[in-house]
Write a protein that binds this ligand. Structure first.
Ligand SMILES: Nc1ncnc2c1ncn2[C@@H]1O[C@H](COP(=O)(O)OP(=O)(O)OP(=O)(O)O)[C@@H](O)[C@H]1O
Ligand SMILES: [Mg+2]
Length: 290
């Protein structure tokens, strides 16, 4: 049994609350979320950016067509259960099943690397679109990677300073949209824990039921932000750095994710030097009704 399986085995079965049927959405502050609801002439088109593919490739990430090689194959395995949970027959048993938080116990385990590759891999699917959210608001490496660190984003949305259409960035990768972290904020943790974030997460999930929304986040054991975010999403992907993160640390992280119904693990950097060939994949889910 792997370290991850052992750690996850200790995790208690978490209750899953089905979303209330026919619930009216309280969209105060986020009324602009669905531009599709507006007359065509009034729609605000989100700006489009060009993705620097060479920069992604230089970091060992997938190419946007995400079709070739071992890494592409590994991400196929990683995304399959996530997509099944988000869109399969169990999706209604899980709140916000299409919202996926990528996190890890410690810094540098590969969260951003995983979030980006997962987003590229899903965006390469014929019928799926992806919104990649930089929720690491203190260290927005994802926003930097895409050159959008000075744009408004999640923080401005939560502060009701910008509309959804203003902060979303379409990319030249047809099915990939970005939401940068936005400006620095002295009370970022409180904002991510606020009612505004609960509303935003619910709105994102329900208004875009066909879209996968992936959140890159800070490490669980360094700040409370990731565990707070985990309460808003339907699924968590815990990145564990192979042969580096001790078992007790992984256990501690898994315990901090007890609010989330579905927790999966990726064992990252499984080869020495981790330039090539990275992943072994272990995944384990907990359902209240099984
Ligand atoms: N499987 C991998 N193969 C090659 N390089 C990797 C792999 N995983 C991560 N890296 C590299 O390791 C470094 C740290 O990864 P990354 O930035 O994704 O970690 P992180 O968990 O997001 O860190 P932080 O906690 O600082 O946000 C980066 O340079 C990244 O490109
Ligand atoms: Mg990161």
């Amino acid at each position: 049994m792997s370290i991850i399986e052992k750690a996850l085995e200790k995790q208690e079965v978490i209750g899953i609350q089905a979303p209330p049927v026919g619930e009216e959405l309280d969209r105060a502050g986020f009324q602009d979320l669905s531009e599709e609801d507006r007359p065509v002439e009034q729609r605000v088109k989100s700006p489009q950016i060009k993705v620097n593919v060479e920069k992604l490739l230089a970091q060992g990430m997938l190419s946007p067509d995400a079709s070739q090689g071992k890494l592409a194959e590994e991400y196929r395995l990683i995304k399959r259960p996530l997509l099944l949970n988000a869109f399969g027959e169990n999706r209604n048993k899980i709140n916000n099943a299409n919202l996926i938080l990528v996190t890890s116990s410690l810094p540098g385990e590969g969260k951003t690397f995983t979030a980006v590759n997962l987003a590229l891999s899903i965006a390469a699917e014929r019928d799926k679109t992806v919104l990649l959210v930089d929720a690491d608001v203190v260290k927005p490496a994802l926003s930097r990677l895409f050159g959008v660190e000075n744009r408004p984003g999640l923080i401005e949305l939560l502060e009701h300073e910008a509309t959804f259409a203003e902060v979303l960035l379409r990319t030249d990768i047809p099915k990939l949209t970005l939401l940068p972290s936005g400006r620095r904020h002295p009370h970022a943790t409180e904002l991510l824990a606020s009612e505004a974030m609960v509303q935003l997460a619910g709105d994102m999930s329900r208004r875009y039921p066909d879209r996968v929304i992936i959140f890159d986040s800070p490490p669980l054991l360094a700040t409370t932000q990731a565990s707070v975010l985990a309460t808003h999403v339907g699924q968590v992907l815990l990145v564990v750095e192979s042969e580096s993160t001790p078992q007790y640390i992984v256990k501690e992280a898994v315990e901090m994710l007890s609010s989330c119904a579905l927790v999966g693990c990726v064992l990252n950097k499984t080869t020495q030097g981790f330039g090539l060939g990275y992943y072994y994949y272990g995944y384990k889910y907990y359902y209240s009704n099984e």
